[in-house]
Structure formats: C-alpha cells, structure tokens
Design a protein around this ligand. Sequence first.
Ligand code: ADE
Length: 432
Amino acid sequence: MPESCGLQSAPETTKEGNILLGKYQLGRLLGYGSSAKVHLAQNLFTGQNLAIKSFTKHRIVKTDLINFIKREAAILRRLRHPHIVRLHEVLASRTKIHLVLELAKGGDLFSRIATFGRLPEHLSRRYFRQLISAVAYGHSHGVFHRDLKLENLLLDDRGNLKLSDFGLAAAPDQMPADGLFHTLCGTPAYVAPEILAKKGYRAAVADIWSCGVVLFTLNAGYLPFNDSNLIAMYRKICRGDYQCPKWTSPDLKRLIGRLLDKNPDTRITIDEIFRDPWVARGVDKEEWTAIGMFQEEGKVSSKAEEMEAEDRALNAFDIIGFSSGLDLSGLIGVMAERERFVVDETPEGVLRRVEEIGRGEGLFVNRKGKMGNAGVEMREHNGNLVVGVDVYRLNGGLTVVEVNGGGDGDAKGMKFWEKLLGAVSEPFRGEF
Ligand code: ADE
C-alpha cells in the first residue's frame, strides 16, 4: 500500500489484519462519532484512496441505527454532485456495516475554523456557493439534509467543499402530504426557529436557515446563537438575536439577515440566493459551471443533473431495494445452488475478476456469450462443472451477477464463492 494512505497499526474494524473483505486496505482513523468510525482506505484493485465509514452491528441493533444507515446509503446512492460526498458501495461483514465513500482529505470546516479562526470573505463566498449548489441539488431531488453544520462540510485535497453525513436527511418518500415535517432534527445551534416552535416546518426552508448559521460562522469565527444554557440559546434563536462582527461587509450582512430571517415565509429562497449580489460577485460562467450550477436565461441548470440523467433509466438499486443480505458474511456456507446479486462494476470487470479467481483455483476457464449478456464456466480437469457465472448489464455501470453451482457441500465451489465475495462488492443482494 502506498504511503499516501498513512497506515497506522491495524484497526479493530478489519477482518484479516487490516484488509477489509479482501478489497480495501484500511488506514488511519479520520474521525469518529457516536455511531460510526471513519477510516482512510485504499481499494487494492484500483489503488483509489477512499473513506470507509463503519457502523458496528452491536450499536446498530441497540439503537435502531439501521434505518438511518439505510436512508443515508439510499440517498447518497442517488445523488451525484461535485460537492456531495459520493457513495461507492455498501459492504457488510459479520459484525459491521461499511459505507465506502469518496475521500475528502482536507478535514472539516469546523476543525479548520477552530484551528485557524475565521475565513477571509472571498473564501467564505467560495465555500458558501459550493454549499448552496449542493443543497439546491439535493432539494431539487426531494432530499433535505436537516443537519447542515460545519462538521458536515468536508474539504477535498483541492480545497473543494463536499457535503457529507445524510443520516438525518429526509428522502422524497418521507415527504408529508402537507409538506410539513414534525421531527425535531439537527444540532441545536443550527436549528431554525420554526423547528423549535413545533408547529411543523418546511425542511427546505429550515436547511436555508442552517446555511445562514454556517455562513455567519465562516465569516465571524464563532456561532451566531450560542449560550451554555440550551434554553437561553433557543430563546436567542427564536428572537433572531445575533450580531454580525464589525468586519462583515454590508452586502454580506444583508445576506445573512435574509438567511437568518426568523419568519420562514419571508426567508430568502435558493433561487434568490443564487442571484444575491454578494453570492454572485465576481462569478464567471466557468466558475459557476465548475461548482455544478449556473443560470442561463432564467433557468437553473446543473451539471450534476445531466450526469445523473444518463444513468437514471434503470437503476438496480431501485429494483431490488435494500433490506436483504446485510450480513453478507453469513452467505458464505449457506449459499444456494443459484445466486443473483448486483455489483457496482461493469460486466467485463466482473468477468475478468471471476476468470482470475477461477485460474487461481486451478480451474479451466471458458468464456461464453457476448458482452452485455456473457458468462464464464469453470471446470475441473476431468471436465466437471464447478461454477458458471453469467453477467447482465444494467444501466449506470451496474451488473447483475448470476452464479450457478458452487453451493454448499462443494469444497472447490465454496472456495470460489469466498474469493468472489471478497473480490467484488456485493452491496445489494435480493430476490428479483
Ligand atoms: N469523515 C467523514 N466522512 C469523510 C470522508 N468522506 N472523507 C474524509 N473524512 C471523512
């Protein structure tokens, strides 16, 4: 493993040494919260550096975390935006569930402000634009983050913002009929006053308030509403009782006032934010495009939406759902004669790996069919069929893998299964 992964001693999350499911080498701990740890990792097949967020099953069972993990994975799976952390795959071992995420090496904005203090205005503008671009994209897909705060704003190695942690997000299927949410969500200092009022809130409008708290904090170096007494803090939030520091420019002060408008009905909208003079200052079209969002003839268009449209037609994750097969390790040893699952890889990639494993097991490998619907048969030297693997192409670079044979009772087949499960991701398995 290259040095870039900064390995420390083998973390306890690993199954064999510090290799996870035969595919990822785990590196140092990047961060941890109450329910998950995030490790640096490297894909052993591609060399790509990633972040792996691991939840222990113990905690999952104890705290009913599973619904949050499922929601986060299902939401991230559907979002493709340059400023939203990408989910590569979901893995499970006997004791843990892992989200394999795009790596944001630069740490979070909370640590940055805590260490180096407030940001110059041009940098606050840059991060705020990127945040609004990500939030607008989520909203246009019916996804409301509901926990926007500096700790969830990460930076990649080029200093670009990546929005993370969608564990509290609301997905389109959760939208109440009247559009009003009632769940108390978020982190106290970032919570909008209408959430505290407990009369129901519009999640998109509440997200905009939190963006206001973020922008204030980037510029000031401290939170707009703060008090060691929580009730006193809530009172300040409900009164909209904050004061911009003296260095805040008039345009920025005005924008913060529109974001931290305690009346959700008059609060600035996303479209207005994009047209705001402070936000739009000095923007050229190239930069606007680079942040994934630009306006043309009054229409908001998004590079990310175009990216996503390409692979929306048939998404295997939509077909098979999510809930079955979380304990993938449990599959080994109880494998049926025929199994189907979906992997986030091309058919050719899967077949090449299958062939490699077969040859490694001393089997005769025979390719059949054409790409898009092809297969491999693996036989012993006496001609006995051990395993047949067929692949079917799905849209979005996904592949259905169908394995025939290799089930219980066949030592060679079992060995093949173990290696296959280790080599390819098996994020979503189900009956379909
Ligand atoms: N901490 C939480 N998620 C992360 C990510 N994707 N990259 C780096 N650190 C993280």
